[in-house]
Write a protein that binds this ligand. Structure first.
Ligand SMILES: Cc1cc2nc3c(=O)[nH]c(=O)nc-3n(C[C@H](O)[C@H](O)[C@H](O)COP(=O)(O)OP(=O)(O)OC[C@H]3O[C@@H](n4cnc5c(N)ncnc54)[C@H](O)[C@@H]3O)c2cc1C
Length: 421
């Protein structure tokens, strides 16, 4: 079924035009080819099948570029659309209706997050060396922050160290879940700058200032231990990486030493709105699939759609999607007033939307029966993705703590919460 995406009366003509043209490519070029486009992920395709797939992807990417819809997250000077925050959020819900479409629009994690950080913190040379090649598609990247022996939900717990040695940093640490790790040409690695003495037995590796450092994956000492198996897959591109005496020039540090934590917050804060809009596009798709099936499947001599259990699932899903969507748009609008004004709502949507997404996909799977968990439909991947999102980018609990802290802080000042603002 094609996505039904008509102009939104409250949006300006420019955003509606972008959404309309995005939906055209989704409906005409991506949805009809979904089975073929991502067939390479089966890992059992022949050489000629793979070549065909790559050609098809390249031709769609060309179309996207010609339509001026490439890289919505980047400024025009770097070949992107130069969209403001809200326009990008509204475009995301349309392009994520089709599985994998983000890649064909040049906005795929972790490259997109790294690109934003390079635009904001990178020197001119870093932009030439690392940003432009990822935009042109000649380089891939990863973001390496989480460590197996420290809680990722407390990013300040990291102990990967960078010790200054002349005009180089020497990096030592152990990371995991560095996504895109197999393909990446470089990682942005979250480190702590410490003195040599910290590296002695019993030394303090946990209190130095944080900095993100660009590390080419071909550098001696960057050891990819494995692609971690996830959701039953034997191996994925979420990699465990050991950094063992990795020497990189000081010029590879991104921003000032001490900016690392802020840079990670910049990356994740706004990015959570995009992730939530992606979830909404996918819920929209799951909803269409659910209703379509209910309207055609006969059970016990009648249509599924005529059963009240099914009607309940449709109504509950409608409520989940509308709530998630309006809440996310509200948070996106707040970002225009500054990230700090939106922080409580960003955490709230980061908790609410993935769980609403899980519920909607769960119902869609139920209505499809066995087909719902089959590889013939995108629902099983959505289900895994939705569940994973409750952990990645900050687990639910961490966000709930932040919401409560902000609310309680307001009341402690003698103010109530103003839900109108
Ligand atoms: C598919 C996938 C891709 C990822 N990609 C990347 C990547 O590219 N780069 C990267 O650096 N990282 C990546 N991550 C890691 C991710 O950011 C971390 O998993 C996340 O931050 C949680 O950290 P953790 O796994 O160490 O869990 P922990 O910090 O050990 O937390 C475990 C659980 O404890 C609970 N918890 C935490 N704090 C509290 C509290 N105060 N009160 C009660 N309960 C609490 C939460 O339920 C949490 O899930 C990825 C993860 C996944 C699953």
């Amino acid at each position: 079924m094609a996505m039904n995406c008509k102009p939104v009366p409250t949006l300006d003509e420019r955003i509606n035009d972008i959404r309309g043209r995005t939906a055209e490519i989704i409906n005409n070029d991506i949805l009809p080819n979904e089975g073929t486009l991502w067939a390479a992920r089966r890992h059992d395709e022949t050489v000629s099948e793979r070549a065909e797939v790559l050609e098809l992807r390249a031709s769609i990417q060309q179309k996207v570029k010609q339509a001026g819809l490439w890289a919505p997250h980047l400024p025009q000077e770097y070949g992107g659309m130069g969209l403001d925050f809200l326009a990008h959020a509204y475009m995301n819900e349309v392009l994520s209706y089709a599985i994998g479409a983000a890649k064909l629009f040049g906005v795929v994690a972790p490259n997109s997050g790294n690109q934003k950080i390079l635009v904001k913190y990178g020197t001119e040379q870093q932009k030439q060396d690392w940003l432009l090649p990822t935009i042109e598609g000649t380089m891939e990247s990863g973001f390496s922050m989480t460590e197996p022996h420290n809680p990722g939900s407390d990013p300040r717990a990291i102990d990967t160290t960078a010790v200054l040695d002349g005009d180089h940093y020497v990096i030592n640490g152990h990371k995991w879940f560095t996504s895109n790790g197999i393909e990446a040409d470089f990682f942005i690695v979250m480190c702590r700058v410490v003195d040599k003495s910290a590296m002695e037995p019993g030394g303090d590796r946990k209190t130095g200032p944080m900095v993100q450092i660009i590390v080419p994956t071909a550098t001696k000492g960057v050891n990819i231990v494995r692609g971690i198996g996830v959701w039953g897959k034997r191996s994925t591109d979420h990699c465990e990486v050991k950094y063992e005496d990795v020497r990189v020039p000081v010029a590879n540090a991104l921003g000032r030493v001490g900016d690392g934590h802020q840079a990670a917050q910049d990356r994740l804060g706004a990015g959570r709105i995009y992730h939530c809009m992606n979830c909404i596009g996918q819920m929209w798709r799951a909803f269409d699939l659910m209703v379509q099936r209910a309207a055609t499947r006969q059970v016990h001599g009648g249509l599924l759609a005529d059963q009240q259990f099914t009607q309940g699932a449709i109504a509950d899903s409608y409520i989940d999607i509308q709530t998630a969507r309006l809440f996310t748009i509200h948070a996106a609008e707040k970002i225009d007033q500054g990230l700090s004004a939106a922080r409580t709502d960003i955490s709230a949507i980061k908790v609410y939307v993935p769980s609403a997404y899980t519920r909607v996909v769960d119902r869609a799977i139920q209505i499809w029966g066995a087909a719902g968990v089959s590889n013939d439909l995108p629902l099983f991947g959505m289900y895994q993705g939705a569940r994973t999102l409750r952990i990645a980018d900050g687990p639910d609990e961490v966000h709930k703590i932040l919401i409560a802290k902000n609310v309680l802080g307001r009341y402690a000042k003698g103010e109530g919460w103003d839900f109108g603002n």
